[in-house]
Write a protein that binds this ligand. Structure first.
Ligand code: HEC
Ligand code: HEC
Ligand code: HEC
Ligand code: HEC
Length: 202
């Protein structure tokens, strides 16, 4: 009898210690407690539920909603690095016509005729694009180039009204870059018929 009582006491003791531990743990690590103790804005405490796409760069334009990101381009361009050929070194080539871009047709520019290669590509360093003031633009930040002439679309893109989000609507927002959708050499989309349609009313 004495023995059972002792065992019961022991079990009770362990149980109360456990209960205390649970209380202590929940009060110092609970979500509410975390929020109360926070010094940073709440957003920064959150682990992103969806991991960010890997190849992104921070957009270099200030935006009232905070920093946002866009997908990189250089890793998508087959001919990058341009300076592997455009380096002013004399070369002997077998298929010159094949590797040059003599076939590139520019369907971009409106009434005043097609834009010149050097309006967009830096003459000094083919790895870069350039602004009208000859400032070099990294190809990952191509939106800077497009926005020089298409400032309305750039403004809409910054706000999220033009283009497409890749992940997150706020916070660490990632959006698609201009040239993900538009070919810079022929940016207009081809007209096409809808894939499905309703039969006409009778
Ligand atoms: C495999 C070699 C090769 C690579 C890589 C390459 N180019 Fe070229 N590119 C050429 C050749 C060859 C010509 C024709 C040169 C000429 O006509 O004098 C040319 C011509 C051009 C021209 C026309 C004006 C000029 O300089 O004669 C532009 C603009 C141009 N390339 C841009 C680029 C850009 C931008 C890249 C990188 C995205 C690139 N190239 C990558 C080989 C290359
Ligand atoms: C409106 C600006 C613009 C003009 C004009 C332009 N480019 Fe480009 N070009 C770009 C941009 C931006 C890219 C990078 C595209 C991307 O992000 O995928 C590019 C990419 C390229 C590339 C690498 C990808 C590819 O398509 O092979 C080559 C080569 C190139 N340009 C050559 C030329 C040549 C040659 C001309 C002139 C005949 C020219 N570009 C005119 C903006 C321009
Ligand atoms: C130097 C100025 C300039 C730059 C830089 C430039 N564009 Fe253009 N773009 C024009 C002009 C001019 C037109 C023709 C406008 C028209 O016909 O009304 C045009 C037309 C367009 C169109 C078709 C518009 C329509 O009405 O159908 C698109 C899409 C476009 N550009 C996207 C881009 C993208 C994407 C970039 C960046 C890679 C870019 N542009 C860079 C000057 C520029
Ligand atoms: C997710 C794809 C996507 C992205 C990213 C994108 N656009 Fe567009 N853009 C479109 C579509 C779709 C249209 C409508 C084309 C049509 O009506 O034929 C368009 C139209 C345009 C036009 C024609 C005028 C208009 O408003 O209809 C311009 C100029 C233009 N875009 C520039 C840009 C620039 C500059 C960027 C980057 C800052 C950009 N776009 C990013 C898909 C995109």
């Amino acid at each position: 009898m004495q023995r059972i009582k002792k065992n019961l006491l022991q079990i009770l003791l362990v149980f109360t210690i456990l209960l205390f531990a649970v209380f202590a743990f929940s009060s110092s690590f609970g979500v509410n407690e975390k929020i109360k103790q926070a010094k940073d804005p709440y957003d920064n405490l959150m682990e992103p539920s969806i991991p960010l796409p890997v190849n992104t760069v921070k957009v270099l334009i200030p935006y009232q909603g905070g920093d946002f990101y866009t997908q990189t381009r250089k890793d998508q361009i087959e001919r990058f690095q341009c300076t592997s050929c455009h380096n002013n070194k004399e070369v002997m080539v077998k298929n010159a016509a094949k590797i040059s871009h003599a076939d590139k047709k520019i369907l971009h520019g409106g009434k005043s005729g097609p834009l010149d290669c050097n309006t967009c590509h830096s003459k000094e360093n083919r790895d870069f694009l350039n602004t009208s003031k000859e400032k070099e633009i990294d190809m990952d930040h191509v939106y800077t180039l497009c926005g020089e002439c298409h400032f309305r679309q750039k403004k809409d893109w910054i706000g999220g009204a033009h283009g497409k989000p890749v992940s997150h609507w706020a916070g660490e927002r990632v959006v698609k870059n201009c040239t993900y959708c538009h070919d810079p050499h022929s940016p207009r989309f081809a007209k096409r018929w809808p894939a499905t349609y309703s039969p006409p009313f009778k």
